[in-house]
Design a protein around this ligand. Structure first.
Ligand code: AMP
Length: 283
């Protein structure tokens, strides 16, 4: 694996691959790699001859009171994992390389960011979309891989690629979980042992809601209100817990075939997100 920090060097290597007609897959990350990230990498390896992984903790997607400074940075261990996974290139740019000037141009999002994480993290998705757009332009991959764990992010990326005519395919990869169901996340390392013991309740709550919906419970508000109250009783602060149409992310309405339960909840200062898809019979 080559570790490259320079855009020109990366572009010239990739130009060689492109001239040889090698399909190129790209996995953008913020590092502190866990098995969720590695699942994206493994999926990418199955699909393409060449795989580029980027690690960049992007300042513009963190709010002023968020965890940018404390975000776990473990580049050496990450590089080792990527070597073992037979990745071709680790792109590891500095902030100065990615933002040589203040970023005066950025991606605006007109829809899909009004609710859920977009509401609780103003500016987050604009920062995320802008850095992904820059990375797509630098790497120019044939395909890129994103986790379904960040479902709203994936929806926004798909819309950006479609609306701005990026010539690449986006693949969503199912959420990788710990044995007790907790969605893997770099932020799980912030949890105290007591919080870590409570954390799987978030996913269990989504499973319970799904069970009720599949059984025919029609009152989604009642379901989510009760579940939020139970999470709060268990020690969470529930930021949102909603049932939406999984294509539009609009509130679910009768007749929707594919729903998604979306949740964000804090344990102490640690913000956890999770989601669960429900396919209903159209008959
Ligand atoms: P991050 O480093 O948190 O920005 O995540 C980089 C990519 O990994 C994003 O596409 C995430 O959605 C994805 N990802 C993070 N956690 C998981 C997980 N538990 N399962 C699958 N994908 C994940």
């Amino acid at each position: 694996m080559q570790t490259i920090t320079d855009i020109i060097q990366l572009r010239s290597l990739i130009a060689g691959w492109r001239a040889a007609d090698h399909p190129i897959a790209f996995v953008p990350t913020m590092g502190n790699l866990h098995d969720g990230h590695m699942k994206l990498v493994r999926t990418a390896k199955h699909r393409a001859l060449k795989v580029v992984v980027s690690i960049f903790v992007n300042p513009t997607q963190f709010g002023p009171h968020e965890d940018f400074d404390n975000y776990p940075r473990t580049e050496q261990q990450d590089a080792q994992k990527l070597v073992t996974a037979d990745v071709d290139v680790l792109f590891l740019p500095s902030i100065d390389i990615m933002y040589p000037q203040r970023n005066l141009i950025s991606i605006g999002i007109n829809q899909l960011n009004q609710d859920y994480c977009g509401k609780s993290r103003p500016g987050h998705f604009e920062g995320m979309a802008t850095i992904v757009c820059k990375l797509f332009n630098i790497v120019q991959p044939d395909m890129a891989f994103f986790g379904e764990k960040d479902f709203q992010q994936l929806a926004i990326i798909r819309q950006m690629v479609s609306d701005l005519n990026f010539p690449l395919l986006i693949y969503g990869v199912p959420t990788q979980r710990e044995d007790d169901g907790l969605a893997m996340s770099s932020r799980n390392s912030y949890l105290t042992p007591q919080q870590r013991a409570v954390a799987p309740k978030l996913y269990q709550t989504l499973l319970t809601i799904k069970h009720h919906i599949v059984k025919g419970e029609p009152d989604f508000d009642q379901l989510t209100n009760q579940a939020s109250a139970e999470l709060n009783q268990a020690g969470f602060f529930t930021e949102y817990l909603n049932i939406a149409n999984s294509d539009t992310l609009q509130p679910a309405s009768p007749g929707d075939n594919t729903l998604i339960i979306l949740a964000a909840a804090k344990l102490g200062n640690t913000r956890l997100i999770d989601n669960l898809t429900i396919h209903l019979n159209s008959a």
